[in-house]
Write a protein that binds this ligand. Sequence first.
Ligand code: NAI
Ligand code: MG
Length: 366
Amino acid sequence: SNPSLLILAGDGIGPEVMTEVQRIIAWYGDKRGLNFDVSEDLVGGAAYDAHGVPLHDDTMAKAQEVDAVLLGAVGGPAYDDLDFSVKPERGLLRLRKEMDLFANLRPAQCFDALADFSSLKKDIVAGLDIMIVRELTSGSYFGEPRGIFTENNERVGINTQRYTESEIDRVARAAFELARKRGGKLCSMEKANVMESGILWRDVVTEVHAADYSDIELSHMYADNGAMQLVRAPKQFDVILTDNLFGDLLSDCAAMLTGSLGMLPSASLGAPMENGRPKAMYEPVHGSAPDISGQGKANPCACILSFAMALRYSFDQGAEADRLEAAVESVLASGVRTADLMQADGGTPASTTEMGDAVIAALDAS
Ligand code: NAI
Ligand code: MG
């Protein structure tokens, strides 16, 4: 049977960019014989409007069953005053938590045509293609004890950096698997010089490597040096594996190496299912962009490239993922740009639909 895909377009520009992805999914069925069982449902503010909750239980159950979830974006000013428990973001958090998506994949890929948009010099970033794997469900943001307490008549704020061996083991395996599908190289980052959790991290990664992934070239780096190296010479890296806290910082830093928010895809992976595929959710890094939503201005590339990640990491269609990424790259090189990818005097920007048209034309030509 066909692989299954649940589409949760969400709010704001989410449905606008997802429409273009739907056309690309249809293209793969028509032109490449690659068919998906696609179902659609609501998340975020859209789900709140329909059901009074940002994610219906039935939607949650569906997400657990499909081969991959593709999400647009959630949130918007209409929902800003809602109670915390039903805010649109809670829908997203529930998906991540209940699917136990512990490995967050944030690629930083710099298309040559966009190298001028980088915060760095063109030759440092042109052709950059790295992947940061951030542990997403443990570490400093979850460890106990946590809270603000009173001690010796003053307040003390406490968070705990805590990792179990199995938490490190599973995210390390996810990252080594990726390294095998990519350049065969992995750099693990922690602060083993000053943190016990870092010593354990380094030990477990080394053990997993020796046991099952000795074909991968493994190196270790202190995370502060890693931040420096990311800006100095990012092309030295392929896959970077790191914890939740350091990964939050390092992935935002890496994102800015490549330019626009409208270009950045992401994936969150969990444990392998019975069919061997990991639980997975793919989504653009950007939000619902209320400032431009409803105007046909949104760049659909981040969402399109998120689908390319699904092709590669959920559906074992690496060649088709390459095809889609090359199509996006050729469109950018040809000068077709949405407004976010243009200088102020750059001429008339392409609309969301025109960008989708151009990607499909490039697929046809591939
Ligand atoms: P945002 O990512 O929605 O927008 C930031 C800026 O980037 C805006 O100027 C926007 O127009 C621009 N932008 C974003 N995506 C774009 C695209 N595809 N094409 C062209 N321009 C694009 O972040 P912001 O404004 O902080 O948040 C807006 C809403 O989105 C909030 O309700 C927030 O909670 C939610 N949000 C949701 C996320 C998600 O669903 N994963 C992630 C981040 C924010
Ligand atoms: Mg962040």
